[in-house]
Design a protein around this ligand. Structure first.
Ligand SMILES: NC(=O)c1ccc[n+]([C@@H]2O[C@H](COP(=O)([O-])OP(=O)(O)OC[C@H]3O[C@@H](n4cnc5c(N)ncnc54)[C@H](OP(=O)(O)O)[C@@H]3O)[C@@H](O)[C@H]2O)c1
Length: 339
């Protein structure tokens, strides 16, 4: 079967097209013919050698994938041949609170991921794909989708009529925009580009702020919420954004810390910024399989079509990496493994 492999730290240029043998599933495993694989910021981090505990040998990259079950092991009970499935980010995190063991390994980081024609893994590591989505869109749920779900509804515990601030127009933030809109939440989206902000508005953003033209964008957020601040911030920035996100959150608000696209080094927080308004700072990492199943149902019920910016054919997977690294994308970048 055709596949890509990469060693952590090898850079995008280290992405290598290879032929790998097809493998029969073990008793509790399924074999999936991968139709689509989506990229995430973490895949760039892996290529750059910035991801935790990578193996010392090349693996198939990417965690996001959607495809059809083509073979099942003799003890498999969750799936049958012909089912369309998506990967679950942490195969060991089925439900409940996370633990170091549950989040120790994920596809395309500690073992083979989805950028290949086939994927063989435990049946526990998959869920049925949303019926309402094609494989390209369905492939975007396991990382960005479930992270947005966790941020809004689990860690952020947001309610209809609440308000959320979304930083930038990357994969996680736009997933959060689409989920929040469907849940009746007031949404404020920031971006470095007006053109992206207009696209965010057409996806349902209630208010938009250009963070490049308004370096003190937290003031704008306070104005937009009549001085109250938002209930939840989906904080993907880090350096230069975290302290501002704290200001933009209202009393009792939650800042869900997800990423550090703007860097993590120079972050400093004044404790009083949390104490006075009794604000909560909560880190999250992707989500459990149970959260992914909730997300699948929500997507089907609300007919949500996640924002896919660009689809690359399998042969052009390195260009997909370069495109994501260039930061021009609006939403998800996906590889069509069949094309
Ligand atoms: N904790 C987790 O489980 C988890 C899961 C997924 C992702 N992440 C992390 O979350 C972050 C975002 O991931 P992603 O996949 O959504 O990335 P992405 O698709 O590459 O999006 C990055 C976006 O961040 C925005 N951005 C950059 N600098 C910014 C700044 N100073 N202020 C506000 N926005 C800024 C840009 O938006 P504009 O172009 O509109 O300006 C850019 O498009 C990454 O650090 C990733 O590693 C963590």
């Amino acid at each position: 079967m055709k596949a890509y492999q990469i060693q952590a730290g090898a850079g995008i240029a280290g992405l290598e097209r290879v032929e790998r043998p097809s493998r029969d599933p073990g008793a509790h495993e399924i074999r999936v013919r991968v139709d689509a694989a989506a990229l995430n910021h973490r895949d760039l981090s892996f290529a750059r050698g910035q991801f935790y505990s990578p193996p010392s040998y090349p693996i198939v990259p990417l965690v996001d994938g959607c495809g059809d079950v083509v073979a099942v092991g003799e003890a498999v009970t969750r799936f049958k041949t012909g089912d369309r499935v998506i990967t679950s980010y942490y195969p060991r995190w089925i439900d409940g609170a996370l633990s170091p063991n549950k989040t120790a390994v994920s596809f395309g980081a500690q073992f083979d991921g989805t950028l290949a024609e086939e994927l063989v893994a435990s049946e526990e590591a998959f869920v049925l794909a949303p019926r309402s989505l094609d494989p390209i869109m369905a492939a975007t749920l396991p990382c960005a989708g479930v992270t947005a779900w966790n941020a809004l509804f689990i860690a952020g515990a947001i309610k209809p009529g609440g308000s959320v601030l979304l930083l930038g127009t990357g994969g996680v933030s736009l997933w959060a925009l689409q989920l929040a809109k469907a849940a009746g939440v007031f949404t404020i989206v920031t971006s470095s580009q007006d053109e992206k902000l207009e696209r965010a508005r057409s996806l349902g953003a209630n208010a938009i702020v250009n963070y490049r033209n308004n370096p003190e964008w937290q003031d704008e957020v306070l104005q937009l919420t009549e001085g109250v601040g938002v209930d939840v911030v989906v904080e993907v920035g880090g350096e230069g954004t975290l302290a501002r996100s704290l200001e933009a959150a209202g009393s009792g608000g939650t800042i869900v810390v997800i990423g550090r696209v703007s860097g993590g080094g120079g972050v400093s927080i004044e404790p009083g910024a949390l104490i006075g308004g009794a604000k909560r700072l909560v880190g999250i990492t992707a989500g459990s399989r149970a959260m992914l199943e909730q997300l699948v149902r929500f997507v089907d019920v609300n007919q949500i079509n996640p924002a896919v910016d660009k689809v690359f054919p399998f042969d052009a997977a390195p260009s997909a990496y370069e495109y994501l690294a260039g930061g021009r994308h609006f939403g998800k970048v996906v590889v069509d493994v069949r094309a």
